[in-house]
Write a protein that binds this ligand. Structure first.
Ligand code: SF4
Length: 487
């Protein structure tokens, strides 16, 4: 059978997004481009930038990586001293250029661009109401619902319209709006999705993660507070609380997997927090072993923490191929055993004859863990003890992290011992919820932990399907060892 060409992302059901904005820089679009490069890990399906000069706006967006969507000429056409950008990861069904962001709409006051990271839990209902009132939608993304609400409430100025509109929506969101004259950033009242404020010289910058400020040579100022609106215009930067602050509930998965290790969140280095996850995991679940191996790249920090705390040498037992690119030749039946090794290959000399502690950040379906344990055993590992730097992922997320239905989450279906059997490890242990909170210096109530303990910070209609708005349902898509990603 001939090998089939398929994108690896199609095997996963997860969405991710990163947002970026800069106001008051002569090369705003070019800076936004570098900002998006820094946020590329949050979304690889599409990228876009909208720029403005106070009177006109320009847009360029497309499907693919930032480096595939933009060339020098595209950036040269994006004039003005302000720009917003977006990177998106989408499911197959919504992988459409029409859904790429920023969304740019014309309303009665002029042009408005929106870039959104997150998910609204009542977008379907709001959209129905808007459609009943005659609104016509052009995309299947919930961001367009916000655009309609703001356009309808625009009589008293954009800031008031945004504030009034966002009182109607529920969910997790970091939103950036841009008109010809202003950039406005808002974070949801629970602070579920991250948004940070920075500076580049005299210019103001907003970004999903602080690593974007480092990339552009700027500086981190502070995180945008839950429910806070940041307005950037010719008068400078001003801030106001537009929504009553709810229970603080930053997504714990930002710490576990989503954010880049060089980002700062809640005043903490992501790398340091992950390392602490590993230390606590080693104290909670010690095991006699010869080496500790982390699954590259996201689990390296936790694995090094585990190794330090346990006094077991850290070794590079798995090598990651970083150059596969977006198209991947899926193996046929006869070449299937090559599939996993294309991405991750064990270092036989390192693992042969060893008792290995394998540290990974999370388990969604368990298929990747199963493959990795098998690879290590084939490379000669005597024992493989799997340690996970997060609690068992048991409940679906409704706030922008796509893990599909709980029926596809292995921890929702199986007890830990059954999972261990399925994966084929000698032992399997998870970080506790208390350990996770301890490492972040936050009380458990200061984090969203709903996918572990079902304590949703925003009430969710159990019938809610986060893909209500999508043109193709992801129920037909298959997760293959996917990890959750931010939308
Ligand atoms: S449910 Fe889990 S993945 Fe979703 S926002 Fe909360 S912590 Fe993050």
């Amino acid at each position: 059978m001939a090998d089939e060409i398929k994108r690896p992302e199609e095997d996963k059901v997860h969405d991710a997004c990163g947002v970026f904005a800069i106001y008051g820089h002569p090369a705003a679009a070019r800076v936004a481009l570098y900002g998006l490069y820094a946020l590329q890990h949050r979304g690889q399906e599409s990228a876009g930038i909208v720029s403005a000069d106070g009177n006109r706006v320009w847009i360029h967006k497309g499907m693919g990586l930032v480096s595939e969507v933009f060339d020098d000429n595209d950036i040269a056409q994006l004039h003005g001293d302000r720009a917003i950008g977006h990177v998106r990861y989408s499911t197959t069904g919504s992988s459409l250029i029409g859904n790429a962001q920023p969304l740019l709409v014309r309303y009665r006051k002029g042009m408005m661009a929106l870039a959104h990271n997150g998910n609204l839990v009542n977008a379907g209902r709001l959209r129905e109401q808007l459609e009943d009132g005659g609104s016509i939608f052009q995309t299947s993304v919930d961001t367009e619902v916000i655009a309609h609400l703001v356009a309808r409430m625009g009589n008293n100025g954009l800031e008031s319209a945004i504030a009034a509109s966002l009182m109607l929506v529920r969910g997790g969101f970091a939103l950036i709006f841009m008109t010809e004259k202003q950039i406005i950033g808002v974070r949801d009242p629970n602070g579920i999705r991250p948004l940070a404020l920075g500076r580049l010289g005299e210019a103001w910058v907003l970004a999903s993660e602080s690593c974007a400020f480092d990339t552009i040579g700027g500086e981190f100022v502070r995180e945008v507070a839950p429910g806070e609106m940041i307005v950037l215009d010719d008068e400078g930067m001003r801030s106001r609380q537009i929504m009553p602050r709810g229970r603080d509930a930053l997504c714990s998965f930002e710490f576990i997997y989503l954010a880049r290790p060089d980002s700062i969140l809640n005043g903490l280095s992501i790398h340091a927090v992950r390392k602490e996850f590993g230390r606590i995991l080693a104290r909670e679940h010690p095991v006699a072993a010869d080496i500790v191996v982390g699954v590259p790249d996201s689990s390296i920090s936790a694995a090094s923490g585990y190794a330090e705390e346990a006094g077991i040498p850290y070794e590079m037992g798995l090598v990651k191929n970083r150059y596969i690119g977006r198209t991947f030749i899926q193996p046929s039946q006869t070449t299937r055993q090559f599939g996993v090794r294309v991405k991750l290959n064990p270092l036989r000399k390192v693992v042969d004859g060893k008792r290995v502690v394998l540290v990974d950040d999370s388990i969604v379906r368990g298929t990747t863990s199963k493959h990795l344990v098998k690879l290590l055993r084939e490379a000669g590992a005597k024992e493989v003890h799997l340690r996970i730097g997060s609690p068992p992922y048991m409940n679906p997320c409704f706030f922008g992290i796509d893990t599909s239905a709980s029926g596809e989450l292995i921890a929702a279906e199986k007890a830990v011992e059954q999972m261990r059997e399925f994966i084929g490890a000698d032992s399997l242990r998870f970080l506790s919820v208390e350990g996770l909170a301890e490492a972040t210096n936050l009380p458990p109530k200061g984090l969203c932990l709903a996918c572990f303990n079902r304590d949703y910070p925003v009430s969710v209609d159990e019938q809610f399907r986060k893909f209500d708005l999508e043109t193709a349902t992801p129920a037909s898509a298959e997760i293959v060892g996917g990890r959750p990603h931010a939308r």
